[in-house]
Design a protein around this ligand. Structure first.
Ligand code: ATP
Ligand code: MG
Length: 425
């Protein structure tokens, strides 16, 4: 085959052999969010670039290296959204959703785009499930979404994920922490990676979660943010821990989870799989971002949320051997022995489909033998064979493909009632 082109590097086709897994996982996600009162929001795939690149010294990999930014024909700079939160915040503010009272709880499943080196669990187009609660500063709001994530993983049958939490305080506590970090890392300046040497001046907190092994070694003994929390942040963190204990949710405090951006505050959390040595997190972006809404031009509004990468989640489920239920089986395959039965097959399938039964018949002029093979391949529950004789007698045989049991049914007005009885027994 001489293909004109192939899928773009880092993108994936989700084929029928896998799409049912996606549907299953996505349904569980949206249903779970619904049980917690989150309502779905859908935002465009692209936004004005300044929504993401806000010129506030954001030196995250996403903004500096990974964005898909292009000019459209009108000369506007647009960016394919690299994550879901900021677009949701933009929509909330643009449509005044906060005026209807708080809390405002939103959920979404959205494609995201990042120019990264493609590898397993890391793509240039991937999907995120996210929830965001606006207008609630309370620790209960943090714990509520952590509960949501844990029940979601349980429902999906994933047992191996452990929850790690930390508090990164508020801008006030972080000022002191930053200078302590700077002082500490300064001593190891020569051994830091080149990126971290720049971070030393701009944002020493980001050195703490640098993936370079040398930096990680140095960071292991760096001061911990928890020791720098102000009274209010400490109380908030204590409440989060108490509520988690009360809800019977086990967690580990990991002082190394930080976020390099000012708008992130207080609670941060991640779900880590012991099977994943690369720490390619399924749910990495969890936590509070009380400063973001203001940064996008809205009123000071507390907010908390998380994002789960769906590809990584499905990969994890597969690596754990978790079976995702196969979609519905075909109820009836109507095979036709000759051309004269095609019209009847079409009308009987239509009757069954209108009553929400899954029915198929041959549409590519297969031989009867090939049709029977096809019925087996699609794992049809029942097989109905129509030919000249059946049409003349207005009776046909329907066979239960699992048990081999056969029934004679009429092809006239009683067809539906008789078939329905057999199918639903
Ligand atoms: P990482 O440290 O693995 O690069 P991140 O911090 O960039 O992750 P977030 O921005 O927090 O990730 O995104 C939330 C979730 O989205 C991640 O935990 C992960 O499940 C998923 N994710 C992020 N980048 C990708 C990608 N390139 N391909 C697939 N999933 C991704
Ligand atoms: Mg990343």
């Amino acid at each position: 085959m001489n293909l004109l082109t192939k899928a773009v590097r880092g993108t994936q086709d989700i084929l029928p052999a896998d799409s049912y897994k996606w549907k299953f996982v996505q349904n569980i996600m949206l249903n779970e969010a619904n049980l917690y009162g989150f309502k779905e929001i859908r935002t465009p795939v692209f936004e004005h670039t300044e929504l993401f690149d806000r010129g506030v010294g954001d030196d995250t990999d996403i903004v500096q290296k990974e964005m898909y930014t292009f000019n459209d024909k009108g000369g506007r700079s647009l960016t394919l959204k690299p994550e879901g939160t900021v677009a949701a915040v933009r929509a909330v503010l643009e449509h005044g959703l906060l005026n209807d009272g708080v809390p405002l709880k939103l959920t979404y499943i959205t494609p995201c785009y990042r120019y990264e080196k493609p590898q397993s669990g890391r793509y240039r187009e991937f999907y995120q499930f996210g929830v965001e609660t606006f207008g609630a500063a309370s620790p209960e709001a943090d714990v509520e979404i952590i509960c949501l994530a844990t029940t979601l993983f349980e429902r999906l049958g994933i047992l191996d994920l452990s929850l790690e939490i930390n508090s990164i305080g508020c801008p006030k506590c972080r000022q002191e922490y930053r200078s302590a970090l700077k002082k500490y890392f300064e001593k190891y300046r020569e051994n830091l990676c080149s990126t971290c040497i720049v971070r030393l001046e701009k944002n020493p907190m980001r050195i703490v979660d640098c993936k370079n092994p040398d930096c990680q070694k140095i960071a292991a003994d760096a001061p911990s943010i928890i020791d720098f929390l102000c009274k209010d942040c400490r109380l908030h963190f204590n409440d989060v821990k108490n509520y988690l204990n009360g809800a019977g949710i086990t967690y580990k405090i990991n002082p190394k989870i930080v976020r390099g951006l000012d708008y992130y505050t207080r609670t941060v959390f991640e779900f880590v799989s012991s099977l994943d040595s690369n720490r390619n997190l399924v749910c990495g972006g969890g936590g509070r971002y009380d400063g973001l809404i203001e940064e996008i031009g809205g009123p000071t509004t507390p907010a908390v949320g998380f994002g789960i990468g769906i590809e990584r989640l499905i990969l994890l489920m597969q690596s754990q051997g978790i079976e995702i239920p196969k979609p519905n089986r075909c109820d009836v395959f109507i095979a036709t022995a000759d051309k004269s039965a095609q019209a009847k097959a079409l009308s009987l399938s239509k009757i069954l489909r209108e009553a929400s039964f899954y029915a198929e018949f041959d549409i590519v002029e297969k031989s009867l033998k090939a049709q029977l093979k096809y019925a087996n391949k699609i794992n049809a529950k029942f097989l109905l064979v129509l030919g000249e004789k059946e049409l003349a007698e207005k009776k046909a045989e329907i066979k239960n493909m699992d048990s081999g049991e056969k029934f004679v049914i009429s092809l006239d007005n009683n067809f539906f009632i008789e078939v329905k009885n057999i199918l639903t027994n």
